[in-house]
Structures are given as structure tokens and as C-alpha cells.
Design a binder for this molecule. Structure first.
Ligand code: SF4
Length: 773
């Protein structure tokens, strides 16, 4: 079939929180051409490497195409009846808090809305949390403490209207590349100054005028020092403080009691940063996971917000704090209440009036009356048998949660686990009792909200494969089968969106920030055509910035300056674990690689899990480039390829989060991360795990290429796609006398593969090269 006649579809990239618009054209044979949408305000036609490779990720080779119960294909009717019955029976026997949903920042807003409604309004528990807990929960908590609402004040345009950008805990160049490109262009055009605050030198530092390589976890001391300096320099906005904030004296006392030298930075660099900030009214502070993923993440956020509030630099062109989310729809999840401690439409679970309003709007038999279990506590409860029925949607917690080995064991031991996803080939899906095939990006239909509050449509360009269904439809069907037919009788995503928008109007009348009631009567056709739209959208407000008028969403309308103090990082150095492991993303992979891992060109960037380590540490440990290192924490261990680089901070190596049991079983880095969380936000500390490192002395090393997917039972292997098939790195502890037999088993071949042995290589002591046709 010739695809030239198929219509062009405008949609949104499914990866990071920038939320770039894309134009899609299906070829009629399952393929998809992708280009940037020049009309989308987030990216104006640009895409990063991941966005450009989207067309390589839509193949059906690894898709789940049918429901499965206990490993056998079945129809939707039987699978959904089983899910509804097991959840209903468990609730009847053990109460609503004995069940839980763990969902994803990659669900669409409509999916999130239905899942949250089912759990909080009809099951009557708040046990729904999301992988966004691992991404930006500290920002949500910090916003609410300071503003009385989870409001992102500014917009992306601020990056082009500002004179100084402070990037803290944000490798924008790799994690939000198109936003980085916008900043780099603005810097070239108008000389914007850039300060990067990060223990590690990242690609983002390429445009930095100043890089502050602070000690991990000392951000509060740095920003408290800034607050005190601004006061000394007379750079605070006294009028704004007096008229629009509370807590100034306590905040100044706390800030003055901290010592910025705790950061370990050269005092001259600290002074330069403070002078730049004090002297530049148009300042934007961008923060991300490096701030959020910490046991003091919420305090870090408030230390940043304090500096912007006390200078009145908020909600005006080119000024303000700007949180950038990791995921494409973390914001939509927040708007629909998809976190265990939130109600829908930015309403508060702890507020009886808010609960009554939502319950009445939904005509719900229940409404959750207390916060549910946040992600780490949820999986702890699963492991302890308190959660007896668990539904995981569109995410892979057996890999991505801290203490991942324990989480994997908890899921395995759960009485009843449902996984809805695009593939059954994930570490988590392999543990499910029931697997439900969900539509993937390219097939989905709904909305997402990016980091600057812009709601964009994801539109389908490809048909749903096999028996796959939309996530909202799966949740709604289970809701109907649990007895709530009318509440979940949706005809399509537009109807859900209208309901979501109407509920936000109630929130607006209750004085909340999130109000898109101007879209509550949108027709199906207008929903289909909806252009990128920044909220709020109501009779009184639309788009734009918040807080420029000095009015906040607290009961008295004033922002809260919060006294916060630098605390000792929770993960102290211990003699047995002398290094602090920093984890994060690489440029070309996304989360646990279920999609980006399908694109050969993305695998070319960094094809193995690695440990980026400073040369001094490498010398101490007798590690050289391309060695393997064994990394141990009190929770788990990993084997990683050594990458020696001065970019890593001494004593604080870095490892990526992407590799899984499917791609490199020894490289599951979250198995090392402690389940320690921020006491306010519940967000885990993913940036500073205590670890020990030693050289991994393999008896042999190998490299294989294969036309079909290989697997191995050796101590270390990592496999990646190539344009022709697969490549695999291997290492083992026991020398093999029969390499041909070994390679035959590796590739499941009837014929003998070609073996070239040994070959000279830096991967001494032995290098075995194998090739299977
Ligand atoms: S910057 Fe983010 S949203 Fe934009 S193309 Fe890249 S991954 Fe997608």
C-alpha cells in the first residue's frame, strides 16, 4: 500500500517534559515518518536525537498483542473479568487499601483521569501513585509549600527573555535537548549568561559561563548563602516581601546560619555566582532531577523559591523558577491527581470541602479520605503482603524503583499482579499474572501537558495492533465490571477531557490554580483539532504566567518564604562504601529502553551500561578504560564498563539508569539505590547511593554480532540493536573449552558459528569474537 496519500498527523513526542510537537506520516505498511512541527510553541520544528528516531520504535516485533493470563493468550472478556473479580474480592475481604495502582508519567491525561477516578472515588483508596514520584515529587511539594498550589509560574519563553539562567541539578543538554537548544540560541543572540550547578561536568557545561561543581547534596547551603548575600547587597525586593510573602525573618535567620563553604566550592566562584544573581533582575532558575531526587529535595526546591520570592523575580518576563519535568505528562498526572497525596484538579486530599466537591461531581460512592502509599512505601507494602492486588500501567518498577531487586521480589510475591503495557518483554511484565496489551505512542489519542503548562494533543497515526486497547478504556472497562457502569461509560477521550475540564472549573471556583473550564464544552471536532494551549483556560484567565501580580494560592494570598537548613546528606560515606554513586540519563535512551532500545541509531551513542569515574578514583582502584567494574551497595550490585573521565566528580562516579534484565542484567543500576526518601515529598534519593567499587576480573571477554536476538547465561552481557541485527558484549568467570558450542547455544543455532579466537584487544586477558549469520 502506498502511504503517500495518508494524512499528516500532528502529535507530541512521548519522551521528555519539553513536549515537542511532531508531524507524523504513516507509510501504510507499519512505518512512520517523523519530523518536528514548526507550529508547536515548545520546539518550533526542532527535535532531538530521540525524537528524530521515533519512527524506528514503532515496529511490532516486541509488542504484546493479546491479553495473557498466567502466560497464555486469552480474550479481553476473560482477562478483564478476572481483573475485576480479583480486585473486587480483595477489596471485599481486606478493604480498599489492600489494592494499589502504580502508573506512569507517560500515560495520557485521559488515562490518568480515569485511573485516578476509579481508585480514589470508587474503590475508595488513594493507593495510586506514579513513576513521576521518582521524577518531580519534590517540586510539587516545594511549590505547594511556597505558593499554596503546585503551579509552574513561568514559561519557556522566559529562557529567551532573561539575562541569566541558573541551571541546577539539570543536564538540560541531554535530558531536555530542545529546551537546551533554545537556550543556546538565546545565549548566542543576546548574550544570556549561564551558570551550571552540578557535581559533574555534563554536556550542558558547554554553554556555561560558570560551572559550580558543588559537593553532592549541598544545594540548600548554596542557595541559603545566596539569600543572605542578596540581603547584604540590598538586592531583596522589600516591597514584594512586605506585600506578598510571610516568613521573611525566620527564613533569613535560617539562611544566615548556613555556611556556603559546605558546598566545597572555591569562595571566589561562590562570590561570582552571588554577584551575577544579585546584579541580574531578569534571572531564571531551571531545576530538575538533580534537585528533586534527594532526601532533602523539597528543601532544595524551597531554598531556590525563597531567592526568587524575596527578590520579586517571579511571574514576570524573563524571571522566575522553572521546574522541568523528566516525563512527557508528569504535569498531566499532577493535574488529574495521579499521585497518592493529591486529589484531582490540584485539589487537596486533606481538605474536606475539596473531597466533598470531587465526590459530588463524580457521584462517587466513596472518596479517599487520607493520602495513599507513595511509590517506595507502596512497594514495601507489596513486599509485606499488605497490598494484595496490584495493577502496574505503562512502567517498569522492577527496574526503575530504588532497591530494585527487593521491588522485583515484592511484585513476584504479590497475590495478584496486573501489568498493562505495550510489551510483555520487560522485567516487570514477566512477573505479571495478567498482561493487558495497551496502545503505544503513535496509536494513542488524548492530551499531555508539558513543563510550561502547555496542553498538546497526542493523535493516532497508526492503528492499534492486535487486540491492544487504550489505557483509559482498559481502566474504564474494569470499573464497569466492578459495578460502576455509568461512571465509566465513556465513548472516547474527548468525553473524558470534557469531564476533567469541568471538574477543574469547580477547582477554580474553590480558588485553585488549575482551571481549564473554558474547554469543558469543547466539541469532539474541536478536541480533535485542539492546538497547543497553555493553561489556565477559564472565563477569567488564559495562558501566560502566574504570580506576577503577587497573589498566591495560600489562604491569605501570600507566598511562604520557608526557613530551610542544609542537612547532612542521608547517604553518608561509610568505610565499606566509600563512593557516592550518581545516577541519571544518557542522551539517546529513555527510561528502561522499551522504545528507544528498538532504534539502532540510538544504540550507537552509548551501547553498554557504564561507570563514569574520575581518573584519580580509577587510579586508586586500578581501573583502566574498558575494564569492567563491580559496584556494590548495601542493597545490590552491578557490573559496569569503566569510562574514565574528568567529568565525573572525584569520589562520586556516575552510572546511567536505562539498562534492564532484558538488555544487561548485571547493569540494573537501581538495584544499588537505597529506598531512602524525602520526608515531605516521598521522592527517593537517586543521586547519592553509597557504593564500593572494585575491578571485575573476568576470565574472558567477548563481542558478538548476530542476526537474531541472542541471550547468554554468563556473568556479564549487554545487547543492543544494530541496523542488521544485534551486538553483544560478554564477559565470563570460567574459561570455556568449547567456544563453538558456547556460541551455538548463545544464538540457538543448528549450524556452527564462526569463531575468531583469540583477537588482540584492550579487553585483556582474552578476547573471543563470534559471529552468527
Ligand atoms: S526534547 Fe524531549 S520532547 Fe523534544 S524531541 Fe527530544 S525527547 Fe522529545
Amino acid at each position: 500500500m502506498d502511504g503517500a496519500g495518508l494524512p499528516e498527523v500532528r502529535s507530541t513526542c512521548p519522551y521528555c517534559g519539553v513536549g515537542c510537537g511532531v508531524k507524523l506520516r504513516a507509510d501504510g505498511a507499519g512505518g512512520l515518518a517523523v519530523e518536528g512541527d514548526p507550529d508547536h510553541p515548545a520546539n518550533r520544528g526542532k527535535l532531538c536525537s530521540k525524537g528524530l528516531a521515533l519512527g524506528e520504535t514503532v515496529g511490532l516485533g516486541e509488542r504484546l498483542l493479546s491479553p495473557r493470563v498466567n502466560g497464555s493468550d486469552t480474550g479481553w472478556h476473560d482477562a478483564l473479568n478476572l481483573v475485576a473479580k480479583r480486585f473486587s474480592d480483595t477489596i471485599a475481604e481486606h478493604g480498599p487499601d489492600s489494592v494499589a495502582f502504580y502508573v506512569s508519567g507517560q500515560l495520557l491525561t485521559e488515562d490518568y483521569y480515569v485511573a485516578n477516578k476509579l481508585m480514589k472515588g470508587f474503590i475508595g483508596s488513594a493507593n495510586i501513585d506514579t513513576n513521576s514520584r521518582l521524577c518531580m515529587a519534590s517540586t510539587v511539594a516545594g511549590h505547594k509549600r511556597a505558593f499554596g498550589s503546585d503551579t509552574v509560574p513561568g514559561t519557556y519563553e522566559d529562557l529567551e527573555q532573561t539575562d541569566l539562567v541558573v541551571l541546577t541539578g539539570s543536564n538540560l543538554a541531554w535530558c531536555h535537548p530542545v529546551l537546551y537548544q533554545r537556550l543556546a540560541a538565546a545565549r548566542a543572540a543576546r548574550g544570556t549568561k549561564v551558570v551550571v550547578i552540578d557535581p559533574r561536568r555534563t554536556a550542558t557545561c558547554d554553554i556555561a559561563d560558570l560551572h559550580l561543581k558543588l559537593k553532592p547534596g549541598t544545594d540548600v547551603a548554596l542557595f541559603n548563602g545566596l539569600f543572605a548575600h542578596l540581603r547584604e547587597m540590598g538586592a531583596l525586593d522589600k516591597r514584594f516581601i512586605l506585600d506578598h510573602t510571610t516568613g521573611y525573618d525566620e527564613t533569613l535567620a535560617a539562611a544566615s546560619s548556613d555556611d556556603a563553604e559546605t558546598t566545597g566550592l572555591d569562595p571566589r566562584d561562590i562570590a561570582r555566582f552571588y554577584q551575577m544573581f544579585a546584579a541580574t533582575e531578569r534571572t531564571v532558575t531551571v531545576f530538575s532531577q538533580g534537585v528533586n531526587q534527594s532526601t532533602s529535595g523539597t528543601d532544595k526546591v524551597n531554598a531556590i523559591l525563597n531567592c526568587h520570592l524575596a527578590t520579586g523575580r517571579i511571574g514576570k518576563p524573563g524571571m522566575g523558577p522553572l521546574s522541568v519535568t523528566g516525563q512527557p505528562n508528569a504535569m498531566g498526572g499532577r493535574e488529574t491527581g495521579g499521585l497518592a497525596n493529591m486529589l484531582a484538579a490540584h485539589l487537596d486530599l486533606e481538605n474536606a470541602e475539596h473531597r466533598a466537591a470531587v465526590q459530588s461531581f463524580w457521584s462517587a460512592p466513596h472518596i479517599a479520605e487520607r493520602p495513599g502509599l507513595k511509590a517506595v512505601d507502596m512497594f514495601r507494602a507489596v513486599g509485606e503482603g499488605r497490598i494484595k492486588a496490584l495493577w502496574i500501567a505503562c512502567t517498569n518498577p522492577a527496574v526503575s524503583m530504588p532497591d530494585a531487586d527487593a521491588v522485583r521480589a515484592a511484585i513476584k510475591g504479590c497475590d495478584f499482579t496486573v501489568v498493562s503495557d505495550i510489551t510483555g518483554q520487560t522485567d516487570t511484565a514477566r512477573l505479571a499474572d495478567v498482561l493487558l496489551p495497551a496502545t503505544g505512542w503513535g496509536e494513542k489519542d488524548g492530551t499531555v501537558t508539558n513543563s510550561d503548562r502547555t496542553i498538546s494533543r497526542q493523535r493516532p497515526a497508526l492503528p492499534a495492533p492486535g487486540l491492544a486497547r487504550h489505557d483509559w478504556a482498559i481502566f474504564a472497562e474494569v470499573g464497569r465490571r466492578m459495578g460502576w457502569h455509568d461512571a465509566f461509560d465513556y465513548r472516547g477521550p474527548a468525553e473524558i477531557f470534557r469531564e476533567h475540564a469541568a471538574l477543574s472549573g469547580i477547582a477554580g471556583r474553590l480558588g485553585r490554580d488549575f482551571d481549564i473550564s473554558g474547554l469543558a464544552d469543547i466539541s469532539d471536532a474541536d478536541y480533535d483539532d485542539l492546538k497547543p494551549t497553555r493553561w489556565p483556560v477559564s472565563a477569567t484567565r488564559s495562558g501566560g504566567r502566574f504570580f506576577g501580580d503577587g497573589r498566591f494560592f495560600t489562604p491569605d494570598g501570600r507566598a511562604r518564604l520557608l526557613p530551610v537548613r542544609q542537612t547532612a546528606p542521608a547517604a553518608r560515606r561509610e568505610p565499606c562504601y566509600p563512593y557516592r554513586l550518581n545516577t541519571g540519563r544518557t542522551r539517546d535512551q529513555w527510561h528502561t529502553m522499551t522504545r528507544t532500545g528498538l532504534a539502532p541509531r540510538l544504540s550507537r551513542h552509548l551501547a553498554e551500561p557504564f561507570l563514569q569515574i574520575h581518573p584519580e578514583d580509577a587510579a586508586t582502584l586500578d581501573l583502566a578504560p574498558a575494564h569492567l567494574a563491580r559496584v556494590k551497595s548495601p542493597h545490590g550490585e552491578a557490573i559496569l564498563r569503566v569510562l574514565v573521565s574528568e567529568d565525573a566528580a572525584p569520589g562520586a562516579p556516575f552510572a546511567p539508569m536505562h539498562w534492564t534484565g532484558e538488555t544487561a542484567p548485571a547493569g540494573r543500576i537501581d538495584a544499588l539505590v537505597a529506598p531512602a526518601t524525602d520526608p515531605v515529598s516521598g521522592q527517593p534519593e537517586s543521586k547519592a547511593s553509597v557504593v564500593a567499587i572494585e575491578r571485575y576480573n573476568a576470565a574472558w571477554y567477548g563481542f558478538a554480532v548476530a542476526a537474531s536476538k541472542p541471550s547468554a547465561n554468563v556473568a556479564y552481557w549487554a545487547r543492543m540493536r544494530t541496523s542488521q541485527g544485534w551486538r553483544m558484549e560478554l564477559a565470563g568467570e570460567t574459561a570455556c573449552g568449547d567456544w563453538r558450542g558456547f556460541a551455538q547455544r548463545l544464538f540457538g543455532l543448528d549450524t556452527e558459528p564462526q569463531v575468531v579466537s583469540p583477537a588482540s584487544s584492550i579487553r585483556q586477558p582474552c578476547d573471543v569474537r563470534m559471529r552468527a549469520q
